[in-house]
Write a protein that binds this ligand. Structure first.
Ligand SMILES: [Zn+2]
Ligand SMILES: [Zn+2]
Ligand SMILES: [Zn+2]
Ligand SMILES: [Zn+2]
Ligand SMILES: [Zn+2]
Length: 308
C-alpha cells in the first residue's frame, strides 16, 4: 500500500548527504552502523558540514569534504577517503524496513536500487509511493489503462464509469426508449433492460402511438386547409398582377401617342415661325418702299412750289 502522507519523491542526495543549502556536503553520520572512536571522528568528519567527508582535503589540520572546499586549494587526501570507503553503514531507509548494510562506498549504488525509496507513480496519477509498492499500485492506479471488453477502446480507470454510460456496446450503456419520441418517459435505461421495457409496455406504447397518429391527422387537416387558403390568395395575387400589367401597357401606349402629337405640334409651330419671319421681311420691304415713295413725293412737291 502506498503511504499517503508522502507528497514528494525521495531525493537520494538528501537521504545520504548532509544538505548544504541545495548543495551536498559529506555523508550523513547517522548512516554509520558502528560507533567510531573520537580520534577517528575528528579525522573523518568535515569541519564545515559535520558530514562524513568525501574526497577529503585537509587544510590547517582540519578535514573538509569536497563540497565544502569548493574554490579552495589543497590536495585530496587519499588516506581519509580510504578509511571512509570501508566504513560500515546501513541504508538510510532502514526505518522503512530496508535491511541492507554494506561499505559506505557502495551506498550510492544501493540507493539506486533500494525498493524503499519513494517515487512518483510512473503511470501519471501523481501519487508518491515506495518502489516496492509500485507493482501493487499499478493494479489499482486510477490512471491505469483498461480495455473496454465490449468496444475494445482503451479507457483510463477513473473514467470507466463515464465510458460505460456512453459506450455503444456495453450492456450497461445508457440508451433511451425509442418510443420517447411519442411520449414514453423512460428517457434513460441500461441497454440490457431495453428489450424487457419494450415487451412489458406494448399496450402503453401503442396508446402513445395512437395518440400521436390522431394528433398528426389533425395537424395534417389543418395544413391542408392552410394550403388551400394560400392557393386562393396566390391566385388572387396573380390576377391583380395581370391587371396591373395590362394597365401599364395601356398607359405606355397613351404616352407614346402623346409624344407623337407633341412632336407634330412642334413641327407645326416651326413652320408658323418661318411664315411669320417671311411676313415680317415682306412688311419691312414694303415699309422701305413706302419711305422711298414719300421721299419722291416730297421732292415732287418742292419742285412744284418752285414753279408756282
Ligand atoms: Zn563538508
Ligand atoms: Zn535500502
Ligand atoms: Zn498511479
Ligand atoms: Zn466500450
Ligand atoms: Zn418506452
Amino acid at each position: 500500500m502506498a503511504e499517503r502522507e508522502a507528497v514528494t519523491p525521495d531525493s537520494i542526495s538528501t537521504l545520504i548527504y548532509v544538505d548544504m543549502r541545495g548543495e551536498t556536503g559529506g555523508y550523513r553520520t547517522d548512516l554509520l552502523k558502528e560507533q567510531v572512536s573520537e580520534t577517528m571522528r575528528k579525522f573523518i568528519i568535515c569541519s564545515k558540514c559535520d558530514g562524513i567527508s568525501k574526497e577529503t582535503k585537509i587544510t590547517e589540520s582540519k578535514t573538509f569534504c569536497r563540497n565544502c572546499t569548493e574554490g579552495r586549494g589543497g590536495e585530496v587526501d587519499g588516506r581519509v577517503d580510504g578509511l571512509v570507503r570501508e566504513l560500515k553503514c546501513r541504508c538510510p531507509l532502514s526505518t522503512r524496513g530496508c535491511d541492507w548494510s554494506g561499505k559506505l562506498h557502495n551506498i550510492e549504488e544501493h540507493m539506486n536500487g533500494c525498493d524503499k525509496v519513494k517515487i512518483k507513480c510512473q503511470i501519471g496519477c501523481g501519487e508518491v509511493l515506495q518502489k516496492c509498492d509500485t507493482i501493487d499500485h499499478q493494479k489499482e492506479c486510477s490512471f491505469r489503462i483498461q480495455e473496454c471488453e465490449y468496444c475494445k477502446e482503451n479507457v483510463r480507470a477513473n473514467q470507466a464509469n463515464e465510458h460505460i454510460r456512453l459506450c455503444e456496446h456495453h450492456p450497461d450503456g445508457v440508451v433511451t426508449c425509442p418510443y420517447m419520441e411519442v411520449g414514453c418517459d423512460t428517457i434513460e435505461i441500461a441497454r440490457k433492460n431495453l428489450e424487457t421495457h419494450i415487451t412489458q409496455n406494448v399496450v402503453g406504447h401503442q396508446k402513445l402511438l395512437l395518440h400521436e397518429l390522431n394528433q398528426l391527422r389533425t395537424e395534417n387537416k389543418q395544413l391542408r386547409a392552410d394550403n388551400e387558403q394560400l392557393r386562393v390568395t396566390n391566385e388572387r395575387h396573380e390576377q391583380s398582377i395581370q391587371s396591373h400589367e395590362l394597365s401599364i401597357q395601356s398607359n405606355s401606349l397613351f404616352l407614346q401617342s402623346r409624344e407623337q402629337s407633341i412632336r407634330s405640334n412642334n413641327l407645326y409651330l416651326q413652320s408658323h415661325e418661318q411664315s411669320i419671319q417671311s411676313h415680317e421681311q415682306f412688311i419691312q420691304s414694303h415699309e422701305q418702299s413706302i419711305q422711298s415713295h414719300e421721299q419722291s413725293i416730297q421732292s415732287l412737291m418742292s419742285t412744284a412750289r418752285f414753279y408756282y
